[in-house]
Design a protein around this ligand. Structure first.
Ligand code: FES
Ligand SMILES: [Fe+2]
Length: 468
């Protein structure tokens, strides 16, 4: 590589260079050996380069030489140096716990363990199970949904077994999810190509389809009232790794929930759920109360889980919990002990044990006659690098057969989680506008920070050059 942006030697080899930095992309239209990469303008990347935060030549492992030395440089390339120049993808931040830190490590070479050369890179693990949808969403026909960057069509194949294939018709590229399911096959709504559950073309009117290319199919499982998908390498998919959810199979429990699409990266939602001090401010009229701020929070790691918890004693219950106390035939105007135990299980679950017990009856451990407790269920499924699907709900083990109570809790919870949306989407926009700004990390942020560390390790392992 020379510092001459214009010259292209006839003997130069042509390739492309893509750089990914946090949420930003820059891609050269064409990069010739012996030529400085000319990149499409990307504000974040350009700022990083101009402010000397990253060193492109270091990252791609080349030496910058002066124009006078260029002929010698070309000679080195002609001797075989550019062998791997066809396509290089680099990330210097996506595998880090916090993408902002990429900009804070001024004058340090990017950690090579965090780079993935010659492969796709992304900020979420893909070799894992995510909640993709709920059965009602595919009851009347196929569903198109993007998960971890993969556009997927979900449908029920033969005998109602759920199937997931790339949402791309091999004929002309129409979205298969716009079609319909006929006899367990997904029929493209454009010209009638019929796709099987395995991604192979079954038939098309007036055509022989023997030589037609297929599309990817994705491992998919229906369990616990959800449809789970494995967006990564199918060979690694193991259904036994789906997190066991006792409340989903035990008749002593009831569940109600919903789905929100949120335009922010999935880790901001994890941060939100692993630090409930925001309840006081974002949810002041339902579950917030000043005692949350005043109670100390403790965070610990157990294996692959991060647990952050807070206990409050002898306080008055906020409106949402008063409703729950009444729902379980308990008084709502006497002091209670309250708890919040947030458990993050990588990569996408935050299950939060919450509840109140009449004060002095043992709090979290109180006899069920004196408390209302439940599990706030959060499945956070990345859609793209700047958006996610948020499956929210509440599982409770009091009055499980009371459908009206399930509905009123669901309505209350839906409103509460709706309050988080605007906060998170505006936060995402701010972070995109000012990626260089350094953020604080306070004790209340420990749950989110530890969760990000686990995610970063998973991503780095998956994207390591020789990862299985
Ligand atoms: S695009 Fe699907 S059948 Fe033509
Ligand atoms: Fe919230």
């Amino acid at each position: 590589m020379t510092d001459d942006p214009g010259a292209v030697d006839a003997a130069a080899k042509r390739g492309s260079l893509s750089l990914r930095l946090g949420l930003g992309w820059a891609k050269s239209h064409s990069l010739h050996t012996g030529q400085t990469p000319v990149m499409k303008y990307n504000r974040q990347l350009m700022q990083a380069i101009l402010w000397d935060k990253i060193h492109v030549a270091d990252i791609v492992g080349v030496q910058v030489i002066s124009l006078d030395e260029a002929p010698g440089g070309y000679g080195a390339f002609d001797a075989g140096a550019p062998k791997n120049s066809s396509s290089i993808h680099i990330t210097c931040s996506s595998a880090q716990p916090d993408r902002r830190t990429a900009f804070c490590k001024s004058r340090h070479r990017p950690d090579r363990r965090l780079m993935a050369l010659q492969g796709e890179t992304y900020m979420f693990p893909k070799n894992t199970w995510y909640v993709a949808c709920t059965p009602d969403e595919i009851a009347d026909g196929p569903l198109g949904r993007q998960i971890c960057g993969e556009k997927i069509a979900f449908f029920r194949g033969p005998e109602g077994k759920v199937a997931a294939v790339e949402d791309f018709c091999p004929h002309r590229g129409a979205a298969l999810s716009l079609g319909k399911v006929v006899d367990g096959k997904l029929v493209c709504g454009y010209h009638g190509l019929a796709m099987g559950c395995n991604g192979k073309v079954v038939s098309m009117p007036g055509q022989r389809v023997g030589g037609f290319p297929g599309v990817r199919s994705f491992p998919v499982e229906e369990r616990y009232g959800f449809i789970w998908v494995w967006p990564g390498d199918p060979a690694l998919a193991d259904a036994s790794k789906i997190h066991h959810l006792e409340w989903a199979v035990n008749p002593e429990w009831a569940y109600g929930g919903g789905l929100y699409h949120i335009n922010c990266e999935y880790r901001l939602m994890i941060d939100n759920l692993m630090d409930l001090t925001h309840e006081t401010y974002v949810h002041g009229s339902s579950i917030g109360q000043k005692e949350i701020d005043e109670a100390p929070v403790a965070t610990r790691i157990e294996g692959e889980e991060v647990i952050t918890e807070r206990f409050m004693e002898n306080i008055m219950a906020p409106p949402f919990w008063r409703l729950a106390l009444r729902g379980n035939d308990l008084p709502d105007d006497v002091p209670v002990d309250r708890w919040q135990i947030c458990r993050f299980t990588a990569p996408s679950h935050v299950l939060i044990e919450v509840g109140v017990a009449l004060a002095g009856k043992g709090g979290y451990h109180a006899d069920p006659r004196f408390k209302v407790s439940s599990i706030v269920v959060d499945f956070i499924t990345p859609e793209t690098e700047t958006s996610h699907w948020y499956f929210w709900g509440m599982a409770r083990n009091f009055k499980p057969h009371d459908a009206a109570l399930t509905a009123s809790i669901r309505e209350g919870q839906g409103k509460i989680f709706g309050e988080d949306m605007e906060v998170l989407e505006r936060q995402q926009k701010n972070l995109e506008s000012y990626p260089e700004r350094k953020l604080l990390m306070l004790n209340i942020d420990a749950g989110g920070v530890q969760s990000r560390r686990i995610l970063a390790k998973m991503v780095a392992k998956e994207q390591a050059p020789n990862a299985a």
